[in-house]
Design a protein around this ligand. Sequence first.
Ligand SMILES: C[S@@+](CC[C@H](N)C(=O)[O-])C[C@H]1O[C@@H](n2cnc3c(N)ncnc32)[C@H](O)[C@@H]1O
Length: 348
Amino acid sequence: MNQIKLQFDGHSLITPKQIADEISVEKADNFDSQLASGKGEVALLLELARQQFDRNDNPTAIIDRITLSLHDLRGRLHQSVWLELVPLIQNHPVTAYFLEDPVTRWSWDKPRGYSGDASLLDLIYRHECVSDMIAAASERGKALFEYTSTAPSSQANWDRRDILARFVDEVAAEKGPETEVLSIAAGHLREVECSEAAKSGGLKRYVALDQDPVSIGTITRDYAKMGVEAIDGSVRQILAKRIEPGQFDLVYASGLYDYLVDKVAIKLTQRALDMLKPGGTFLFANYSYPIVVDGYIETFMNWQLLLRSEADMWNIINACKDDGHDYETSVFFGKNRNIVYGVMKRKD
Ligand SMILES: C[S@@+](CC[C@H](N)C(=O)[O-])C[C@H]1O[C@@H](n2cnc3c(N)ncnc32)[C@H](O)[C@@H]1O
């Protein structure tokens, strides 16, 4: 595989190591006893799953039980204990079975060097560009893929793609052919395929910024013909104003705040608001609680996310709204409440 080594900007915590280095967790008072019982539960759970896989039992039933049990265990244990169990789970031989699923495999391997890259989303979307990878999976892998790519968090991704496209279309309907849109951390910008305004040439500018040159190349290959302008750039460069893409009617960031601590999230929101034209809208999205697949993705997919509640979203909005402009603000959930959205629309 053609690998370009990425230099991370340090502002988004997009690798398990970055999260572990940044987020400190106090040890539980009864750490040793919780750990001992947690280890026992995990050993039983994983060994049973391994035997079931060995016997060629139904993979959907196995992954469903594991997912629900890990979610339950993660919720019951102190975070310090759960974090101690994660590597034990990852090192269990049953992992090899789950890695037959292309989604789990991609997330585990991290071919781009970080978690949650745009190709992972392409797998979840079953985008045509990854159909070979899906077709090459084993029968067991295909059954597991059916489960992971339709899990509630994956459905929330499809819904998020529709919501982003809807915002683009609504802003375009309001502002007309002069509409300018910026996506920060655009990934592969798949929402353009769902936006009527983008597809029909109804926008003046559609700018997509991402730190990953492979994503930038993919956007250029797939959507330059629709007028999309892809910029290779990071949150750090945006914050330092080393990149100043212009003023926009809609600025949005999706699949990014899940990697930002509050301090950076607030700074980025302030900067995004600076880039709004009068009457412009800023939209940001974040995975929220509870996510039933949290235990599975943190272990077998080796992917950590910073989840935010509705109140956490309001904290960001409230920290940014008194900047001299007047905003209409709201927070709403997507279809299955796995993703929460914050909106700030400039009234002046
Ligand atoms: C999951 S994708 C999101 C794609 C798209 N916005 C969506 O919601 O479907 C996450 C993207 O965030 C980008 N990203 C993460 N940290 C970044 C940073 N500090 N600066 C710029 N892009 C970043 C990654 O390169 C990746 O393409």
